[in-house]
Write a protein that binds this ligand. Structure first.
Ligand SMILES: *[C@@H]1O[C@H](CO)[C@@H](O)[C@H](O)[C@H]1NC(C)=O
Ligand SMILES: *[C@@H]1O[C@H](CO)[C@@H](O)[C@H](O)[C@H]1NC(C)=O
Ligand SMILES: *[C@@H]1O[C@H](CO)[C@@H](O)[C@H](O)[C@H]1NC(C)=O
Ligand SMILES: *[C@@H]1O[C@H](CO)[C@@H](O)[C@H](O)[C@H]1NC(C)=O
Ligand SMILES: *[C@@H]1O[C@H](CO)[C@@H](O)[C@H](O)[C@H]1NC(C)=O
Ligand SMILES: *[C@@H]1O[C@H](CO)[C@@H](O)[C@H](O)[C@H]1NC(C)=O
Ligand SMILES: *[C@@H]1O[C@H](CO)[C@@H](O)[C@H](O)[C@H]1NC(C)=O
Ligand SMILES: *[C@@H]1O[C@H](CO)[C@@H](O)[C@H](O)[C@H]1NC(C)=O
Ligand SMILES: *[C@@H]1O[C@H](CO)[C@@H](O)[C@H](O)[C@H]1NC(C)=O
Length: 524
């Protein structure tokens, strides 16, 4: 067991009691609850060009990535996460059958400093898929390539995948990333239409389909919600119209839509509204508003009997923003964001990752003298996994507190209240001048009324950090997952239970939650 000064630092805090908030929580799942949550709900997406950084190869597997994913899975009955390997770089990959290196990236700073302009991969690239254990894959293929070898290239990518990824770990294939943007990005002529997109997609799918018609696809992976160009309208709603015949072959198994709640150009913040009035992560109202488009798409697809997922998502598009996506506030955001989407029925969330991305949950390798490192968003993922638990039919309900700053969710197992997570999203950081003096931390009191006489007690576990801007010293239930302690395996640095609470005579339970902190109550 490793002890750090996290606990001693906390001991000097004194709580300043502020508001009181009342939560009425139904003891059985209300009508607004989600359908049963899949235990692979919290999945990931890894940028193609960085797969080798994240996972390594047969002789040098990335044990850190393996540990971090195994930790999360362990909370969810060891059900495999589904890793979608794709993103912008997927449409810039060339398969080179006689290349010895796994991947050769062509960096061009005038193009982008976060991603290579293009990459070539050899057969050993596919070693990365099996270098880590317990995951399944959606393999992203190149759609944009349109020279004389594009079909050969696709066939090469597919045949290496079928040869090197065991069939029980190969979930689906994805042909192209965010191609609704093709006419605007210049990878297709400006005259390109949504019907052209569909026809090209069908041509590629038919070309790679196996003789026994066993390949299934993940589509359309649209970036946006509706793009109007002078020649066409690209929309994740209308592409399913009978006019386009998008799924005429019946091979599309799951729907993927991308989404970010803000972009680097919108000057996102944790809480303070920027001039553009957008991009606040620690704001439940904003999470709910941004969810409306996905609620609409989720309903469209569920009504048609299709699985609906966010195939690539995170906080701030453009790989995240410093001081926003890479600090503890974004861990609070991850919990609010993922659980809100779970509550209205999204089947899976694939949080996008890349080497050095500001919103990355971990940096898998050393780069520019930093890393590997576990980053703040990872702790949000831990909290989400703990909250979902391992019961195969947990239902989640958003407890509407009608507040920008407070958010809460209930988890029901076997029709009975099992857990509540409460987020206090007020942005708070200790004053740097506090020195040795006691730090006064504003705190909100939550009174939970369940009317459930059967509850004996509730254990309280924290997701906590010195403040919303902390990049380190973060724990969930007293555990640190930092790289330097045990290569990402959990290490106890503080007590597990903050307290054990018993209901009063009316059956109410009262819990204090600091600003910029989350608590998990488990009912016994
Ligand atoms: C496997 O990874 C190691 C470490 O990055 C590298 O030195 C080695 O060349 C790789 N093997 C293959 C087959 O690419
Ligand atoms: C990558 O782009 C460079 C510059 O345009 C080009 O010379 C090279 O052939 C490209 N490589 C691949 C694999 O596409
Ligand atoms: C082929 O791709 C290039 C970009 O790589 C693009 O400029 C061109 O318009 C494309 N042509 C067609 C016919 O889609
Ligand atoms: C996008 O367009 C479709 C079809 O016209 C429409 O039903 C949908 O509401 C639009 N959504 C947004 C967010 O603009
Ligand atoms: C498909 O979408 C377009 C664009 O919104 C619309 O004009 C058309 O009526 C729709 N067709 C069908 C068959 O729903
Ligand atoms: C999210 O909501 C904010 C307003 O809170 C808005 O400015 C922003 O455009 C929304 N983003 C998306 C992707 O809907
Ligand atoms: C939270 O977001 C909503 C919707 O964008 C906005 O109206 C509200 O002012 C925001 N609250 C704060 C405290 O910034
Ligand atoms: C390392 O430096 C490059 C070039 O400035 C940058 O793109 C990348 O994000 C940096 N990586 C990290 C982990 O800071
Ligand atoms: C963070 O933890 C380190 C030891 O791991 C300790 O030295 C430091 O004081 C802590 N910082 C805060 C703000 O708690």
């Amino acid at each position: 067991m490793v002890r750090t000064s996290v606990t001693t630092a906390v001991a000097t805090l004194s709580l300043v009691f502020g508001e009181t908030v009342r939560l009425n929580v139904a003891r059985a799942p209300p009508a607004s609850s989600s359908p049963p949550i899949s235990l692979d709900f919290q999945s990931f997406s890894i940028e193609t060009a960085f797969l080798v950084d994240f996972q390594g190869n047969k002789s040098h597997p990335n044990r850190f990535t393996n540990n971090l994913l195994a930790n999360l899975r362990a909370f969810n009955g060891d059900v495999p996460q589904i890793l979608r390997i794709g993103g912008n770089t997927q449409d810039h990959v060339t398969y080179v059958p006689d290349q010895k290196e796994q991947i050769i990236d062509f960096w061009d700073p005038s193009y982008n400093s976060d991603q290579p302009r293009n990459s070539s991969v050899g057969p050993s690239f596919w070693e990365a898929f099996t270098a880590i254990e317990g995951t399944k894959y959606i393999v992203g293929l190149n759609f944009y390539k349109n020279d004389s070898t594009y079909l050969e290239n696709l066939r090469g990518q597919v045949s290496e995948s079928l040869k090197q990824i065991p069939s029980d770990r190969l979930h689906l294939f994805e042909i192209g990333n965010e191609n609704d943007y093709g006419a605007l990005s210049g990878f297709r002529p400006p005259t390109w239409t949504q019907q052209d997109w569909v026809e090209e997609w069908i041509e590629r799918a038919r070309h790679i389909q196996t003789r026994d018609k066993s390949l299934r696809f993940y589509a359309p992976s649209a970036c946006c919600y509706n793009i109007t160009t002078p020649y066409s309208f690209f929309s994740p709603w209308t592409i399913w119209n009978s006019t386009f015949g998008y799924d005429r072959d019946g091979w599309i198994a799951e729907v993927s839509q991308h989404g970010y709640v803000s972009g680097t150009s919108q000057n996102p913040t944790l809480q303070v509204l920027s001039d553009e009035g957008a991009g606040t992560l620690m704001n439940h109202t904003s999470v709910v508003i941004n969810g409306t488009v996905h609620q609409s798409l989720c309903k469209l697809h569920h009504d048609a009997g299709r699985i609906y997922t966010l195939g690539e998502t995170n906080s701030v598009s453009g790989q995240g923003a410093f001081g926003v996506s890479n600090v503890f506030g974004s861990a609070l955001f991850i919990v609010d964001y993922e659980l809100y989407y779970a509550s209205f029925g999204v089947n899976r969330m694939h949080m996008h990752q890349g080497t050095g991305y500001r919103y990355g949950a971990w940096l898998p390798i050393a780069q520019n003298g930093t890393g590997p490192s576990t980053n703040p968003p990872y702790y949000g993922h831990v909290m989400v996994s703990k909250f979902i638990g391992s019961h195969p039919k947990t239902k989640i309900n958003n407890i509407d507190l009608n507040s920008d700053f407070y958010s809460a969710y209930a988890a029901y197992e076997n029709g009975r209240l099992a857990r509540i997570v409460i987020l206090n999203l007020h942005e708070w950081s200790p004053a740097s001048s506090a020195g040795a003096e006691a730090v006064k931390v504003p705190t909100t009191t939550f009174t939970i009324s369940t009317g459930d006489r059967g509850i004996e007690y509730a254990t309280v576990e924290l997701m906590t950090a010195p403040g919303a801007l902390s990049e380190t010293n973060i724990t969930v239930a007293g555990l640190s997952y930092d790289y330097h302690l045990a290569e990402g395996k959990p290490v106890r640095v503080a007590k597990q239970y903050e307290s054990v609470l018993r209901p009063n005579r009316k059956g109410d339970i009262t819990v204090q939650v600091r600003h910029s902190q989350a608590v998990l109550l488990t009912f016994k």
